[in-house]
Write a protein of this length. Structure first.
Length: 436
């Protein structure tokens, strides 16, 4: 365990505590305040990184928070869950100088936590416009567009099917990056700004889309992706086989003790890496990541892969599962070696079958799109991949409906969803105020 992590209940680690004032000042003074700032260009929301760091160096913590939150209202969570190692910090010129890059994520958390978690508001109140916007989905896209619209004077009501808001920030982020309570504290800040959130309301079941259209002047669709669907393996119905995101959600809400268990995770993306790392941190005796290709082909971020390796995870490359075996519950995972054949096609190698003894198998092979729900939206175009089609302002073919987040991009980082809100909120604001 590193000295920047703290062991917590629920079988995992929580991110390092916010920097002390002295630590933040020392780190801020390392920044070169680059005039052309590659860190800004690397941030999907365009946070003025040198400015907020300079404000920290000048003891203007609230001003620093305002700079961050003006560009990214979910700056507190993004400071924890965003892959800063490949975005802002990855672009830091310190890397070119063979120096340690500025700890932008930790500085961002230092600046925003005092505002977000204490509900200190840094934006001026505005006159209500009398306009109302309904938002479907309380994930990062929905929360951020709601907050932006309230800042512009509009009323915003978010409808969320789950019992708790926050989307993947609440249910799908590994505990060692950000815990359940931290996500909900940020949601409370959004609510304190004036955004109304109604949970347990499934649009299409509890309330119709037409009813929302009658209630509000405009609508924003910010629903995320669905669960990880079955992958068609024999034995997939055995006890101990689970969606990796469901596993992470359970760890976050009530904790999981895997002491003595052997766990296999199927997949090679970021969710797979989060799942194996979380399993190892939850006490599993042995954790395997089974991936049909090699390390260079993995979708997971290199820094997260290294963290998993440090936790003792065994990576099983060039292997494809063929069945999950056991008498009622999981006892083993059967696999076959794979190779790239003619024409670049992945194929099994005959005679290379083998078995991994495991007690639990987690699927991390990609989430399903909510195509059945999205196709119910009147006059909203859905492409062949099940994504909502929008223009540059995130407006759909229905002139009263905008969309953003995973339902548009197919599943990217939280910070990408937040950027969608800026584009959509500006367009919604322009459309609503042009009617006055």
């Amino acid at each position: 365990m590193t000295d920047t992590m703290t062991r917590v209940g629920g079988g995992g680690l929580t991110p390092a505590p916010t920097m002390t004032v002295d630590e933040a000042h020392a780190e801020a003074h390392r920044c070169l305040m680059c005039w052309d700032a590659p860190c800004i260009r690397a941030c999907p929301t365009g946070i003025d990184v040198p400015k907020f760091i300079k404000q920290i160096a000048n003891n203007d913590r609230l001003g620093s928070a305002k700079t961050i939150l003006s560009a990214n209202i979910l700056g507190a969570s993004c400071a924890r869950v965003c892959p800063t190692e490949v975005l802002c910090a990855g672009a830091c010129v310190m890397n070119d100088l063979h120096e340690r890059p500025i700890e932008i994520g930790r500085l961002q958390a230092f600046a925003t936590d005092v505002v977000v978690f204490d509900h200190r508001h840094v934006f001026p109140a505005v006159e209500p416009t009398g306009r109302s916007v309904g938002v479907i989905g309380a994930g990062p896209a929905g929360l951020s567009v709601g907050a932006e619209l309230v800042k512009l004077g509009h009323a915003a009501t978010i409808y969320e099917a789950n019992s708790e808001p926050g989307g993947l920030n609440t249910f799908g982020v590994a505990n060692y990056k950000m815990d359940f309570a931290t996500s909900l504290r940020e949601v409370e800040y959004i609510k304190s700004m004036g955004v109304e959130i109604q949970t347990g309301i499934a649009v299409g079941a509890d309330v119709s889309f037409d009813a929302l259209a009658d209630t509000h002047d405009a609508l924003f669709v910010g629903v995320g992706l669905g669960s990880v669907p079955p992958i068609g393996l024999p034995g997939e119905d055995l006890e101990g086989v689970e969606d990796a995101l469901d596993f992470i959600a359970t760890v976050r809400s009530i904790g999981v003790d895997l002491s003595g268990q052997r766990v296999a995770v199927i997949g090679g993306g970021n969710t797979a890496i989060d799942a194996v790392t979380q399993a190892a941190m939850s006490g599993a005796n042995h954790v395997y990541l089974v991936y049909r290709r090699g390390r260079n082909e993995m979708g997971g971020y290199p820094h997260d892969i290294e963290r998993a390796l440090q936790q003792g995870v065994e990576f099983v490359f060039w292997s494809a599962p063929t069945s999950i075996d056991g008498g009622g519950s999981v006892e083993s995972l059967s696999c076959v070696r794979t190779q790239i054949g003619e024409g670049g096609v992945l194929s099994p190698i005959e005679g290379t079958e083998y078995t991994i003894p495991v007690d639990r198998v987690l699927r991390a092979t990609g989430q399903a799109k909510r195509k059945s729900f999205l196709t119910q939206l009147p006059d909203v175009e859905i492409d062949a991949d099940g994504r909502v089609v929008v223009d540059d302002e995130h407006r759909t073919a229905n002139p009263r409906v905008w969309a953003g987040g995973d339902c548009v991009n197919g599943g990217k980082e939280v910070v990408n969803a937040v950027q969608h809100r800026k584009l959509a909120a500006r367009s919604i604001h322009a459309a609503l105020t042009s009617k006055e």
